[in-house]
Design a protein around this ligand. Structure first.
Ligand code: FES
Length: 303
């Protein structure tokens, strides 16, 4: 198949667009998608200070790379969550990329800095490791963004992630989550920093091509706790649908954003936000979950 743009030999075929690209034109397509998403949803502009959430995987590395190459004012932020070798390897990848490319990077280590152990916490709280991990990440990314005057936090969520999350939320009609599912979450409290997902129309595979073509080092391993996660099952189901009917994932997301999401807006607007009485960060309870984690860890280590 010929490249749809320059008519040279196409090497990357995107079934949902029924289009092939040569490497150069694929990069043009990819960059255009990101630029369009940023502009269409007024995510940020060149004056904004953007904190990019980095895990070391292909999606976040692709996001960091493209935003930096397009001249945005970006700083990466990585959290070492104490997940054995997975955390050690990913931290190495992220630090070496920042160093090689002269990029700003903030690193937080939850064990060293806060004495937190997600395994111990998940046992004590009878919550899954992923849920404890998610609460810590959400808290720290927002706190660092707020404390260091970032105007926006950008994550590498891709089309596959978004479609799988939407499917999960629809299956159990999680109204609160459906209200918040969007490529842009504007701040609803002075201490909550805006969140954006510039890659939400690009698939995992497209992000993979982007990092491979640009020779960007990334961590190939998934987090060991992702094994057996519901989101993986949803991704497999959606992949089957996509195979039969290319474009399903994109239609699912875009039609939800255009027609579905507005029906849940009241749920979002009615959430009662307050400031944690210990740290002052935004929460829905008197003490936020991060401060609860800290006090549980402290009391356990004393006993
Ligand atoms: Fe949080 Fe896997 S990255 S549990």
């Amino acid at each position: 198949m010929k490249c749809v743009r320059c008519k040279k030999k196409g090497v990357i075929y995107l079934k949902r667009h029924n289009a092939a690209f040569c490497q150069e034109c694929f990069l043009y397509y990819y960059k255009n998608q990101v630029k369009k998403n940023i502009k269409r949803h007024r995510m940020f502009d060149k004056k904004d200070k953007v904190l990019v959430v980095i895990s070391g995987g292909k999606d976040s590395m692709a996001l960091w790379h493209i935003l930096a190459s397009e001249g945005y004012n970006v700083t990466g932020m990585y959290i070492n969550l104490g997940i054995g070798q997975y955390s050690d390897k990913s931290q190495q990848v992220v630090e070496s990329f920042a160093q090689k490319n002269g990029l700003e990077l903030i690193v937080k280590d939850i064990k060293k800095e806060y004495g937190l152990d997600i395994y111990r916490l998940s046992k004590l709280l009878k919550r899954s490791t992923c849920s404890v991990c998610g609460s810590i990440k959400r808290y720290l990314f927002n706190k660092v963004a707020y404390d260091c005057w970032f105007s926006v936090v950008a994550t590498g969520h891709n089309l596959d992630d978004e479609a799988a999350t939407l499917l999960g939320n629809v299956l159990s009609w999680e109204e609160g989550y459906l209200a918040r599912q969007s490529p842009v979450l504007d701040s609803t409290h002075p201490k909550l920093v805006k969140k954006v997902k510039p890659l939400y129309t690009l698939t995992e595979r497209e992000n993979l091509y982007y990092v491979l073509i640009n020779k960007i080092e990334f961590l190939h391993d998934e987090c060991p706790h992702a094994v057996g996660a519901r989101s993986i099952l949803y991704k497999e189901v959606l992949n089957k649908l996509e195979e039969e009917s290319p474009g399903t994932k994109q239609r699912f997301i875009t039609s939800f954003l255009e027609k579905g999401r507005r029906h849940f807006q009241d749920v979002y607007a009615n959430v009662d936000l307050r400031e944690c009485k210990l740290c002052g960060q935004v929460t829905t309870t008197e003490v936020c979950s991060f401060c609860r984690f800290i006090s549980i860890s402290n009391s356990q280590s004393k006993s």
